[in-house]
Design a protein around this ligand. Structure first.
Ligand code: TXA
Ligand code: MG
Length: 353
């Protein structure tokens, strides 16, 4: 099976391309497209068969529900009051709301049960990207769209990342260049009181609390997982990922020692570090800069591309600076790195390095 690739301008996409992409979607096909966060793998959210195709193409665990994307908030007339306030403040934008299933429909048509994996809730969002918006409008149905990566891999921020994972497994990809935010949307559960942050992302907790001051942070460890996807390993490159501290003034000396030890054990070592540390010769096989420590937005934008690039160099271990402040985008960056760094089966535990 061939995956078609269309290149479009991110601000003024060629309409004919999106009409053709929408036709594939209406027939139950799978089309990857850019949003402001990451590339999504779209399917008609009202078609069980189409949605099942997403799970197959990604190798996605069947208990991890999908986000349904709408062209505008007006397509979701019965959001709960708190949802209406968040929508007014942040849509279109990188925010996903978990709401009762009955408050989200596609006109007179129900959403496919598969988007919710048996839960009585559904995750909805209105993306802020001309390609995404026009594609949903042209399809005439909301689009279920997880990140367009193989399950367990970092989310794609370019069409090349999508193809690296899914070429031959999906019908088409609309390439509109790299995405702006670089990390996924913030997920907020509005079916509980107070509202709970399930996944930090493009809208910060501080911003959410300006609208809903009682928003709390869901404890992933406590009780049954409310966001089932949180149980699965995520965002991980193939190489072993080790989080290191970069803020401390002893960081360069400690990193040099760690690199020497790992290389002495016969391992190829890559490093993804903020600019000041990336400039120092640490003796690693490959070093990539994450940009300035003081610009968390830029670090987020380049994070997944950086992980993929170091990983593709074929290193055994990737040292990644992980001690970012827990404010703004820092919370989401730390969350993704912590998930990616969980020990892989068959590898020694992290403390062993
Ligand atoms: O930025 C994004 O959100 C991207 C772009 C493509 O929109 N999409 C994305 O989708 O990241 P995905 O499938 O990779 O992540 C969806 C997250 C998962 O953690 C999933 O468990 C959670 O949303 N989720 C979906 N439906 C849910 C529900 N009904 N209740 C709780 N969590 C839900
Ligand atoms: Mg994902």
């Amino acid at each position: 099976e061939m995956t078609r690739v269309w290149h479009v301008h991110p601000e003024q996409p060629d309409r004919a391309v999106l009409v053709e992409a929408a036709r594939i979607l209406r027939r139950g096909g799978l089309v990857a497209f850019p949003t402001e966060t990451v590339y999504g793998l779209g399917a008609d959210a009202t078609s069980s068969r189409a949605v099942q195709g997403i799970f197959r193409a990604k190798g996605r665990p069947p208990d991890n529900p999908l986000i349904v994307h709408f062209a505008g908030a007006r397509d979701l007339p019965s959001l709960p009051p708190a949802g209406g306030r968040l929508a007014a403040a942040f849509w279109p934008g990188p925010l996903t709301l978990v709401v009762p299933r009955m408050s989200a429909r596609a006109g007179d048509t129900a959403l496919a049960p598969e988007v919710s994996c048996g839960l009585d809730t559904v995750a909805v969002r209105v993306p802020d990207h001309p390609v995404a918006r026009t594609l949903i409008e042209q399809a005439g149905v909301p689009l279920a769209a997880p990140s367009a990566n193989l399950s367990g891999r970092p989310s794609p921020t370019t069409a090349d990342h999508v193809l690296a994972d899914l070429d031959g497994r999906i019908d088409a990809v609309v390439d509109a260049g790299p995405t702006r935010v670089g990390l996924e949307s913030t997920v907020v559960d509005l079916t509980v009181d107070p509202p709970a942050l399930l996944r930090p992302g493009g809208i910060s907790l501080e911003e959410l609390r300006r609208v809903l001051p009682r928003t709390c942070v869901a404890e992933p460890a406590s009780g049954p997982a409310r966001s089932p996807g949180i149980r699965h390993r995520h965002y991980a490159p193939r190489a072993r990922l080790v989080l290191v501290e970069g803020a401390d003034r002893n960081a360069p000396a400690e990193l040099k020692r760690l690199v020497r030890r790992l290389r002495g054990a016969g391992l190829r070592v890559g490093a993804l570090l903020t600019a000041d540390l990336a400039r120092i010769d640490l003796g690693a096989d490959l070093v990539k800069s994450m940009g300035s420590r003081t610009d968390l937005e830029a670090v987020a934008t380049g994070l997944y591309a950086g992980l993929r690039a170091v990983d593709e160099a074929g290193v055994d271990v990737i040292l990644v600076e992980g001690d970012f402040p827990v404010t703004g985008m820092g919370r989401a960056i730390r969350d993704r790195l912590a998930r990616a760094a969980e020990a892989l089966p068959g590898l020694p535990p992290r403390s062993g390095v």
